[in-house]
Design a protein around this ligand. Structure first.
Ligand SMILES: Nc1ncnc2c1ncn2[C@@H]1O[C@H](COP(=O)(O)OP(=O)(O)O)[C@@H](O)[C@H]1O
Ligand SMILES: [Mg+2]
Length: 267
């Protein structure tokens, strides 16, 4: 089970869109994927067609009330893609966890219990857990980084993108030092990319120059079908498989799978 935190402290850069569509693309090629919605806004839950009244146990219960992950898991439209949803309660987690022992390890502990429980019950483990993080560096993001094997960073090519990425790298280094020695940047994926835009091209070049092979070859283009899909409660891959955005997410998923294979072989 590979645990990836989809993180960027900036909002609106494509974290949720990437979590949903990478998850769907991985599931489409036979991987078993669990998404943990760690944003109180619940956009990943809504975008995958889980309406608020169907969210019984949530990631809040997992983090704060010791609810087992399996009680929160809901199947989505996509075979092989499941989600533990969130709701607005999650915004209170910071306060509710403030007096708790191991407050930064809540998610990691829960994932370990979940994984062991599945193995023990003879159930196939998930291949990937993707954690959709909120746009801030709060206890939720720290829990995700502490639980993660790697960080996947969606990056929009705008003026301060590189500065933001350098800052995120520092945060990751701090978490690595204090909470999770195995944490690495798994990769950076350029989102909402418009190759006709000079600034975007320049920023992409700078990011590639600075972060090298960490940056995925596949850039996700800005694509209106991708932005429409969540209002239908579907990943873009189901809403319109042929659109340029869906095709890019498929290419990205296959690139990610080969990178994961390399990481496994190097280990
Ligand atoms: N490739 C894309 N093409 C067009 N719109 C996109 C694309 N990726 C994301 N968006 C839109 O940009 C907005 C922010 O994306 P989102 O994934 O919610 O970002 P975050 O989770 O980082 O806040 C959303 O309205 C989303 O639909
Ligand atoms: Mg989001």
């Amino acid at each position: 089970m590979r645990i990836l935190a989809v993180t960027n402290q900036k909002g609106g850069v494509g974290k949720t869109t990437t979590t949903i569509n990478l998850g769907a693309a991985l599931a489409a090629v036979g991987e078993r994927v669990l998404i943990l919605d760690l944003d109180p806004q619940g956009n990943a839950s809504t975008g995958l067609g889980v309406p608020p009244h169907e969210r019984k146990e949530t990631t809040y219960d997992i983090l704060v009330n010791d609810a087992p992950i399996e009680e929160a898991v809901i199947n989505t439209l996509v075979p092989g893609l499941d989600i533990a949803p969130s709701d607005a309660d999650l915004a209170a987690a910071e306060l509710d966890l403030s007096q708790t022992a191991r407050r930064n390890f809540r998610l990691r502990d829960a994932l370990e219990r979940f994984h062991d429980g599945r193995v023990h019950a003879g159930l196939a483990p998930y291949d990937y857990v993707l954690m959709d993080c909120p746009p801030s560096l709060n206890v939720l993001t720290i829990n995700a980084l502490t639980a993660a094997d790697g960080v996947l960073v969606p990056l929009q090519c705008e003026f301060f993108a590189l500065e933001g990425l350098v800052q995120l790298q520092r945060t990751i280094d701090r978490v690595k030092e204090n909470l999770n020695p195995r944490l690495e940047i798994q990769g950076v994926v350029l989102t909402m990319y418009d190759s006709r835009n000079n600034l975007a091209r320049q920023v992409a070049e700078d990011v590639r120059a600075h972060f090298g092979n960490t940056v995925y070859q596949t850039a996700i283009p800005r694509n209106v079908r991708v932005s429409e899909a969540p209002s239908f409660g579907r990943p873009a891959l189901i809403y319109d498989y042929r659109c340029a955005g869906s095709q890019a997410y498929m290419r990205f998923a296959s690139e990610l799978i080969s990178r994961e294979r390399q990481i496994r072989e190097a280990a």
